[in-house]
Design a protein around this ligand. Structure first.
Ligand code: ASP
Ligand code: MG
Length: 413
């Protein structure tokens, strides 16, 4: 079981969490619980680091920010004990959760935890702070923001859990953001790949890394709400959204729609370089410096050359990286050989995602027609096997999502 920051924010909420944990144990499960820091706490700790030293040492930053989860882990263990349950905390360095030494964004290596397993088998609930681990030379690490989801999946994989239930402030994964489309429906299941595509295009229910890890390790993940009443359906009846492999889907859900979800992402910016030479190496000259600077390029369009052997190249980068990308490309202007750089941060990427489109034609054309009917102009397109994305004017985001939700028959009652 994993509980996010909103679920852990304060004594009352931790008591609610403890109640949910106790019910799972009473249902006959051995339980390990991974917790986040209280909502807002990690931001607060990050700020302290910045104030102390703007050029902070990431190893010491980790010592500071890992503390938020230590507090909630201890508090949950105390609360469970107050309810008469046997419980203890296992900090990242005690378990241990071994990571590499990439401080502030460490990757989990191995989790070998025979002691914890023995204690669980003896009826003790294990409480594990998410987000933290330790290096081979015993320094504290953290996994990058939102990393508790990854901790939970990694622990679930290590102890071969039947399920990894991720309790959060929403009750599952929806066809689209219910704040935009009131008729959005909760999905019973989503495949790992769909979830990865949805996460990477802005549907931030789970940290993307946790989904890749779940897919690699075959961990069955359920997303469900921690804000439930005593008489709410038990987690074992799968009230949330299950994230599973393709094979678990087949045949199980005849009524599954062609499109599973629609996501909107306003965190991209569009860059166009005009009159780039149409010759081998020109495009490499643009993207190599961006790659070296760790700037992720997403959509790319290169037009066919006009008469002068020149072409325009358009691509998108994360909004936060736009200033860096502009500076880099400006610096390389002569080397790359382009005429003008035009950038636009007022764009949104709208994506339709679904494994069903693998075996169906016409998914993209439905999208283009539905948008055209509403006069929404498409500035760029990209596709994968299970996703079609278009770039549009940011002001048209909500309209586009609503129109597509209807066009693909996703509207609920
Ligand atoms: N507390 C950490 C953060 O806010 C990790 C997490 O909650 O997943 O990023
Ligand atoms: Mg989170």
């Amino acid at each position: 079981m994993k509980f996010g920051g909103t679920s852990m924010a304060g004594t009352e909420r931790i008591r609610r969490v403890a109640g949910i944990v106790r019910r799972q144990q009473a249902a006959g499960h051995e339980v390990a619980v991974v917790v986040s820091a209280m909502a807002g706490e990690t931001d607060r700790l990050v700020n302290f680091c910045r104030e102390a030293n703007p050029l902070y040492d990431p190893a010491e930053y980790d010592v500071v920010v890992a503390s938020g989860e230590q507090v909630t882990a201890g508090l949950l263990a105390l609360t469970l004990q107050a309810m008469g349950c046997k419980a203890r905390s296992w900090l990242g360095w005690q378990l241990p959760i071994q990571t590499d030494d990439a401080h502030a964004k460490a990757r989990i290596g191995t989790i070998d935890c025979p002691e914890m397993l023995a204690s669980m088998a003896a009826g003790e609930i294990a409480v594990i702070p998410g987000f933290q681990g330790r290096t081979d030379d015993n320094r504290v690490t953290t996994l990058g923001r939102g990393g508790s989801d990854t901790s939970a999946v990694a622990v679930a994989a290590a102890i071969k859990a039947d399920r990894c239930d991720i309790y959060t402030d929403v009750d599952g994964v929806y066809t689209t953001d219910p704040r935009i489309v009131a008729k959005a429906r909760k999905l019973k299941n989503v495949t790992y790949e769909e979830m990865l595509e949805l996460a990477s295009v802005g549907s931030k229910v789970l940290q993307t890394r946790s989904v890749s890890l779940a897919m690699k390790e075959g961990v069955r993940v359920q997303v469900l709400s921690s804000f439930i009443d005593e008489d709410a359906p038990a987690a074992d009846t799968l009230p949330g959204t299950m994230i599973v492999g393709d094979e678990e889907l087949e045949g199980s859900d005849m009524e599954r729609q062609l499109i599973t979800g629609i996501a909107a992402d306003k965190n991209e910016a569009k860059v166009t370089l005009t009159r780039v030479a149409d010759k081998p190496g020109a495009v490499a000259g643009i993207f190599a410096p961006l790659a070296d600077a760790n700037i992720n390029v997403d959509m790319i369009i290169q037009n066919i050359a006009k008469d002068k052997g020149e072409t325009d190249v358009t691509f998108t980068v994360p909004l936060a990286d736009l200033p860096r990308a502009e500076a880099l490309l400006e610096g390389q202007k002569d080397k790359i050989g382009y005429f003008r750089m035009i950038s636009d941060s007022k764009v949104a990427k709208i994506s339709v995602v679904g494994v069903g489109m693998r075996s169906h034609a016409g998914v993209a054309s439905t999208m283009f027609s539905a948008l055209a009917d509403r006069g929404i102009n498409i500035q760029a397109i990209s596709t994968s096997e299970i996703k079609v994305s278009v770039l549009i004017d940011e002001d048209e985001t909500e309209l586009a999502v609503r129109v597509l939700h209807t066009a693909y028959g996703l509207d609920g009652e």
